[in-house]
Design a protein around this ligand. Structure first.
Ligand code: PLP
Length: 388
């Protein structure tokens, strides 16, 4: 292995949300943290080199995004996702969640219905609510161990006048990577009823053998015309702290609306180190990612085996993408499994309820960590379950 993914890094004391907020979130700074979706791995060495080079200059005034920055993203989209994005369709955003805000503000009005599909990344709820749009919940259906979009529910909302859907693909926390066919069906409904698609594809590069990521906007021109796609190098290369995202909006009117909304929120400039880190990652980070993906896949397979052997009654929903595992504890006779794992196993995960009522009895476990760290946590969890 060229990159040391098995090496445990001490992140405590670095103002890491995952490590340094443990007391506040779990009531103890001793729990092993498997919650926030960032990785326990060093970023690609090329990113560090580029940052060191930039930092040497030690002058950090307002900074433009050079053509090479945009090209690095466009080349990545084409190479990794067979998606040819035009330079003029690109916008920046200080993060994917702000991009969802700007998108919703620009394509809908207060009071308009916006669909989300729980269990889903919790900030989606807040994006709709803080912009005073009407939250329309169309829960995914769990059939035979896998989640699927409920197209009947979707059509009902669209027929009743919903103006937009926020799609999460790959879907956090359930790990689905939607197929071309599923996305085409979604697209047909949205086109038929005149709704827009806001597609959060931040996890697009983290896809395993079972899945192929298809950007919904890449499917055809009509769909590209109604879609705003937001993604970033954050999850792919562990660069979330830079808050630098890319937004693809082929439709000129939608793009201008998005830009106006971003300006109304006072955002005009990107950050100097985020620009450097993103470009370095997209131009020189590919071999690192190609080594990371099998490591992550091996983590979840070992996790799955461990659960089968040592945690009877617990199910892992097979992730096709993302580095979060959605664990089903509904058969375990414990009232509050989240608290139980904190107190009895010393392991801090995300409570399934954070993602919606459908997440009751589930926990989200972040497996982007060195296997020895995961194994330790799993042993503690198995021992706690055996003590029931
Ligand atoms: C689906 C999804 N969207 C957005 C984000 C956060 O994006 P950002 O930090 O760029 O706002 C996350 C982080 O976990 C996520 O899982």
């Amino acid at each position: 292995m060229k990159y040391p993914f098995d090496k445990i890094i001490d992140r405590s004391g670095t103002h890491s949300v995952k490590w340094d907020m443990r007391s506040e979130v779990f009531g103890s700074d001793k729990v092993l943290p498997f919650w926030v979706a960032d990785m326990e791995f060093l970023s690609p060495p090329a990113v560090q080199r580029a940052l060191q080079q930039r930092i040497k200059h030690n002058c950090f005034g307002y900074t433009l995004m050079p053509e090479s920055y945009w090209q690095s993203f466009a080349s990545w989209a084409e190479k990794r996702h067979l998606w040819k994005v035009e330079r003029e369709s690109l916008q920046f955003s200080p993060g994917v969640i702000p991009a969802l805000d700007f998108a919703i503000q620009s394509i809908t009005k207060p009071g308009d219905g916006v669909i989300i599909q729980p269990p889903v990344y919790h900030p989606f709820y807040n994006v709709v609510k803080r912009n005073r749009r009407k939250l329309l919940l169309n829960p995914l259906r769990l059939d035979e161990g896998q989640y699927h979009m409920d197209f009947e529910g979707l059509e009902n909302y669209l027929k009743a006048g919903a103006k937009a859907i926020i799609l999460c693909n790959p879907h956090n926390p359930v790990g689905r990577v939607y197929t071309k066919q599923e996305l085409e069906t979604l697209g047909e409904y949205c086109l038929h009823y005149g709704a827009k698609i806001v597609s959060d594809e931040i996890h697009w590069d983290i896809v395993y053998s079972e899945g192929v990521h298809v950007p919904v906007s890449a499917l055809d021109k009509d769909l590209a015309d109604i879609t705003i796609t937001a993604t970033s190098p954050g999850k792919t290369f562990n660069l979330q702290g830079f808050n630098t995202a890319f937004v693809v909006i082929p439709n000129k009117k939608l793009r201008q609306g998005f830009e106006r909304a971003r300006h109304r929120n006072g955002i005009f400039m990107n950050n100097v180190l985020g620009i450097t880190a993103s470009e370095a990652a997209y131009t020189e980070g590919e071999d690192w990612l190609d080594e990371l993906l099998p490591y992550l896949e091996s983590n979840y397979r070992k996790l799955q085996n461990f659960i089968r052997m040592e945690m009877p009654g617990v199910e892992l929903i097979q992730p096709e993408g993302t580095y979060v595992a959605w664990l089903d504890f509904r058969m375990v006779p414990v009232e509050d499994i989240h608290r139980f794992m904190i107190e009895k196993a010393g392991v801090g995960m995300n409570n399934g309820l954070e993602f919606g009522e459908e997440g009751r009895g589930f926990l989200r476990f972040n497996f982007a960590a060195p296997w020895p760290m995961i194994e330790k946590a799993l042993r503690q969890m198995a021992a706690a379950l055996k003590s029931i």
